[in-house]
Design a protein around this ligand. Structure first.
Ligand code: ADP
Ligand code: MG
Ligand code: MG
Length: 252
């Protein structure tokens, strides 16, 4: 599904390279955790996958189902079924949450050659998903994320994910700053969305989130490369030993 090969990347205005030849392959149904010390390039990787401006790929490739992902604009990536959840969800003043969700869903449908969803069907879909996440009518009517608490923003993000039904979900450090209840919302939401045709890349510094979302594979990112890969036990080892042995480690 997702194939990253020899990815090198930097910040557009700077010379310093941040990712130095990163390789990763994610198949449908899999959950991959990417862990690593602060500053190792985790967020840079998620921004590159999201198509954020300011970041520049200098070498290597990223494909989604064989198609060049880097060639697509950010909204085209979303339409292809790539969903990114960031540490700090954006607030969109003036745009009602419902309106935003419907626009996002219809953009995705049009890109797939499908017609817009009917209003009754959309309302039914959103109500069903919102109820499961304890999202109130009020939260659906308010501007996207404006005045939402940290936990509400996270629930809203899971709602977006549930409505858009992406095939690849990338979560960057969604656990930092979350209290235990919000953490449960995120992990329960992700677990409910796990399916054989959907994959997750969960990027986190802490092992905590992985107590609730059990990954199939764990990778250690250090200095812009994946230096080690293993199963869930690798996360526990990192929790026990920290990242000390990976600081300064070059990829094998
Ligand atoms: P992580 O998410 O693993 O903590 P980041 O991808 O945020 O790592 O950062 C990787 C490296 O790139 C760090 O050395 C960081 O200081 C640098 N970096 C990230 N974003 C920027 C930016 N916008 N401008 C300059 N340096 C940056
Ligand atoms: Mg960081
Ligand atoms: Mg980060």
């Amino acid at each position: 599904m997702l194939k990253i090969e020899n990815l090198h990347a930097k910040i557009a205005d700077e010379d310093r390279e941040i990712l130095h030849g990163l390789d990763l392959e994610v198949r449908p149904g899999e959950v991959h955790a990417i862990m690593g010390p602060n500053g190792s390039g985790k967020s840079t990787l998620s921004y590159i996958l999201a198509g954020k401006e300011d970041y520049e790929v200098t070498e290597g490739s990223v494909t989604l189902d064989g198609e060049d992902l880097l060639d697509l604009e950010a909204d085209a990536r979303a339409a292809k079924g790539v969903f990114l959840a960031f540490q700090y969800p954006v607030e969109i003043p003036g745009v009602a949450n419902m309106t935003f969700l419907k626009a996002a869903l219809n953009a995705q449908r049009r890109a797939r050659g499908e017609g817009d969803i009917s209003t009754p069907d959309f309302m039914r879909l959103v109500r069903e998903k919102a109820a499961a996440l304890k999202i109130t009518q009020d939260m659906l009517k308010r501007p996207v994320n404006v005045g939402f608490s940290g936990g509400e923003k996270k629930r809203n993000e899971i709602l977006q994910m549930a409505v858009l039904a992406p095939k690849l979900c990338i979560l960057d450090e969604t656990d930092s700053g979350l209290d235990i209840d919000a953490l449960k919302v995120v992990s329960d939401g992700v677990n409910a969305l796990r399916s054989p045709d959907r994959a997750f890349v969960v990027i986190t510094h802490y092992q905590r989130l992985l107590d609730h979302i059990k990954p199939d594979f764990v990778h250690v990112l250090s200095k812009g490369r994946i230096v080690r890969s293993g199963g869930p036990e690798l996360a526990l080892e990192l929790e026990a030993n920290g990242y000390a042995e990976y600081v300064g480690v070059e990829a094998a």
